[in-house]
Design a binder for this molecule. Structure first.
Ligand code: FE2
Length: 408
């Protein structure tokens, strides 16, 4: 679902003479993924290239790298109470890496500050997919302005230059980073990239940024770029980075609200691929899938079991983030903003008597909201930063019913 958009003024033919104003040549930049072969956009800067640094860059003391736990922990399921993070800094300094792998990093952030007007951020490591757990605000980027609120996903391509302005006192995010591009689930798209008629997602529900006129301004503007897995380097430009007279292409940030994910349901239990919203890489042969567990009509077969089966997906490490506590299989255990992490080397199942309790949900509208991430052939590890948030009793929690009744 790569809608190709044009905003502002661009030449009909790429890389041809084009002017911002008489005698001022517009300077073209290609922002692209997968080398010169993936999605891309062409951007036309007013009069300066984005390469024109006016001071020596320097590395900041900020370190966003996930830290390995030593010695390695035993194999176990995890429950990380990320909703308990204290508000700290802005969307950069407030992010805490919690689980990570070779190409994927999952962080949470609870932050209370907007970015200063002269400071911008770029993630040079990964594409970012945000889920907004709490709060609202807007992301201003060179592509335009993108409002967000609780329940939104925001997809920010690697290398987008942006800053965040909060409209609420605090904001809580789940941040999924991937070195690979993040896109809508291809199994819901036709060969032209258009959503199938059976897709839970429709193109017009993905909100692109609202274009703003070029800022042809001189000054000192700082760009913080994340690189090397979590280092941050500060660079200095002598011109405002939002200086595009226009852009055209398929690569740009957008927002998508979970209210606009329309579940596909069956008479019996529906497996997660039906709930898939996004993926990175070549899932299920690499990368990851992101599924939206949005309240839906549960199976109406007279003997349907709405709770999931125990599952042992040996090639997937699974994170399930709970926006609310309505998900029956973990009721009584999880908190809003917490997540479970089930490594692929372990089976996992509903808790206690959840399967039997779920009979009462047959044919009814559920009200849960959760976001699931399944990696494929990429083991994940819990970072040291997550240990203070870990629920130590979780590995043995299946042996007791969460309503206080023995599961045995
Ligand atoms: Fe699962």
């Amino acid at each position: 679902m790569s809608a190709i958009l044009t905003r502002g003024r661009v030449p009909k033919t790429p890389h041809t003479e084009f002017y911002s104003e008489p005698e001022v040549l517009a300077l073209e930049e290609i922002h692209g993924v997968a080398g010169f072969s993936g999605d891309w956009s062409r951007k036309y800067h007013y009069r300066k290239y984005p390469t024109q640094q006016v001071r020596e860059p320097h590395r900041l003391p900020l370190d966003l790298r996930p830290q390995a736990i030593t010695p390695p922990q035993p194999l176990q399921p995890w429950h990380i109470r990320a909703g308990r993070l204290k508000a700290h800094g802005d969307h950069v300094s407030g992010r805490v890496p919690l689980v990570y792998g070779r190409t994927t990093c999952v962080s949470a952030a609870r932050f209370e500050k907007s970015c200063p007007a002269d400071r911008f951020f770029r993630n040079g490591d990964g594409h970012e997919l945000w889920f907004i757990q709490e709060g609202s605000g807007l992301i201003a980027s060179e592509y335009g302005v993108l409002p967000f609120r609780k329940g939104h996903y925001v997809n920010l391509p690697k290398g987008t230059t942006y800053r965040v302005e909060l409209a609420s006192e605090e904001c809580a995010l789940l941040i999924i980073e991937s070195r690979l591009p993040i896109q809508f689930a291809p199994h819901y798209l036709n060969a032209s990239g258009q959503a199938h008629l059976t897709s839970p997602v429709v193109e017009t529900e993905a909100a692109p940024p609202e274009y703003r006129p070029a800022r042809d301004e001189e000054g000192l503007f700082r760009v913080w770029t994340k690189h090397g897995g979590g280092f941050v380097t500060e660079m200095f430009l002598g011109h405002h980075p939002f200086d595009l007279i226009g852009w055209e292409g398929a690569l740009y940030p957008y927002a998508f609200h979970t209210d606009d994910h329309h579940p596909v349901v069956r008479r019996i239990h529906t497996a997660p691929p039906a709930r898939q919203t996004f993926q990175s890489g070549a899932a299920p042969h690499g990368g990851f899938a992101v599924c939206t567990f949005k309240g839906q009509i549960e199976g109406w077969h007279p003997r349907d079991i709405p709770a999931p089966y125990a599952h042992y997906n040996v090639d997937s490490d699974e994170i399930m983030f709970f926006s609310n506590t309505g998900y029956g299989a973990r009721k009584g255990l999880v908190e809003p903003g917490s997540f479970t992490f089930h490594p692929g080397s372990l089976p996992h199942s509903p808790h206690g008597l959840a399967a039997k309790r779920s009979f009462a949900e047959r044919g009814k509208l559920s009200d849960y909201l959760a976001v699931m991430l399944d990696t494929f052939y990429e083991p994940l590890a819990v970072a040291k930063q997550a240990v203070p948030l870990a629920d130590k009793d979780y590995p043995t929690s299946w042996n007791r019913d969460t309503q206080g009744v023995s599961a045995a």
